[in-house]
Design a binder for this molecule. Structure first.
Ligand SMILES: [Zn+2]
Length: 411
């Protein structure tokens, strides 16, 4: 199975599918359609049924039930795009067989080294087959590992009809990294009771809690006058912006929080005397605290407007996604089943809240409860990204075991 996984994964990562927030189209970049087309061909070739791709690049397919029992339809999802943080063009995957636990030279010329000194989890992969970058791009294990795992699991189930399962739906979706993955996802057409995104990190990860998330853009308007004659006339918008930021609790930031703690994060600060724009994201697991954080932003803006004038400070704030726990808790058995699948395979489940969101955060609110399962990758979104093929194989087995358990538990 290992060689099939490597073959699939390395073929997917060679297609540049980096998404682009500034694009208005869906998918946001044409490379995603190229890979989606390739996946359609492959799904047909392995024998999946009802293979479709819509105008937005959403690929769906069915593996029909092979049991007489009534089993709920379950889905498996992965996203075709890669992160915007680092280039995904010209990815040259490097295969390290029987990893010795020491430094891996990613790029001799530029002396880019993947070292246990910086990445202390590396030695636990001793003996594994690893796939790394050549140090100049990201790898794209997020989320092409998920695609390779779902594809390999479906292929395996088709070739092993002795493993009984209900109807299974798979989907490969665009633009997860820019938060638009679920926007045009046709939940009705997908027609599954529950789904799992194969979009987590290291072995055993199982996630069903995400942040509640909002974004705030605040524009400060100033008045520029020659500094020599500015007394009583100049309004420096950059200073208004700094005053605003100074009124937020400094310790509630990503760099000072962990676990279940929420934060305000200043993403960007652009401006001059005339006009300054601040862009924040607001995150909290607790819905009430999340609402309090947004109310706090509004209150500070109100306060400053009283001092400087309501036309000087303009606030735009939008919710982005919510904690999927609220939608998954009532069907917690879908998490318990994935938990059991891992235990049956000797994998220790690691349940922790995602300090971020996944497609599942939005899908769960669209009526498709969708926890997240590990792919086996590490250091996503950058040049040090790598993945263990041994753990990808375990992810494939988890998919198969989840499918099998749903059938076993059905009447
Ligand atoms: Zn991802």
């Amino acid at each position: 199975m290992k060689s099939e996984i490597i073959e699939r994964f390395t073929s997917y990562v060679k297609v540049d599918t980096q998404s682009d927030e500034s694009s208005e189209t869906c998918p946001s970049t044409p490379g995603q359609l190229t890979l989606a087309g390739q996946l359609v061909d492959e799904l047909k070739a392995i024998g999946m049924e009802n293979v479709t791709m819509d105008q937005y690049g959403y690929v769906m397919a069915t593996l029909p039930s092979n049991t007489t029992k009534t089993v709920p339809t379950i889905g498996f999802l992965a996203h075709v795009d890669t992160a915007t943080d680092f280039t995904g063009k010209g990815v040259k995957p490097q295969i390290v067989e029987n990893y010795d636990g020491h430094d891996i030279v990613l790029n001799e010329q530029q002396q880019i080294i993947l070292s246990p000194k910086e990445f202390p989890e590396l030695p636990q992969y001793k003996g594994h087959t690893l796939i790394t970058t050549d140090g100049t791009t990201l790898l794209g294990a997020d989320n092409k590992a998920g695609i390779a795992e779902i594809m390999t699991a479906m292929d395996y189930l088709i070739r092993h009809p002795e493993i009984k399962h209900g109807r299974i739906r798979v989907a490969f979706t665009p633009d997860e990294e820019i938060g638009r993955g679920p926007h045009r996802f046709d939940v009705k057409a997908f027609d599954a009771a529950y789904a799992y995104t194969m979009d987590g990190g290291p072995l055993g990860e199982l996630e069903y809690e995400s942040f509640n998330a909002a974004a705030a853009k605040i524009t400060f308007k100033g008045k520029n006058v020659h500094p020599g004659t500015a007394k009583g006339k100049m309004v420096n918008s950059a200073k208004l912006a700094m005053e605003f930021n100074g009124m937020l609790p400094a310790e509630e930031a990503p760099e000072t929080t962990e676990g279940y703690e929420g934060f305000y994060h200043l993403i960007s600060f652009n401006g001059d005397v005339e006009e300054t724009r601040l862009h924040y994201i607001i995150r909290d697991f607790d819905r009430e605290k999340f609402e309090d954080r947004k109310a706090n932003i509004t209150a500070i803006v109100d306060d400053l407007q009283k001092t400087y004038g309501s036309d000087k400070i303009i606030l735009e704030m939008n919710d982005q996604y919510y904690n999927m726990r609220d939608k998954i808790e009532p069907v917690k058995h879908i998490v318990d089943l994935a938990h059991q699948a891992m235990e049956n395979l000797g994998i220790k489940p690691v349940i922790k809240p995602i300090r971020g969101g996944t497609d599942g955060s939005q899908l769960s609110y669209m009526g498709l409860p969708t926890p997240n399962v590990f792919t086996g990758g590490e250091n996503y979104h950058g040049r040090y990204e790598y993945i263990s093929v041994d753990n990808m194989e375990k992810a494939v087995q988890v998919i198969i075991e989840i499918a099998r358990l749903y059938e076993e538990k059905a009447e």
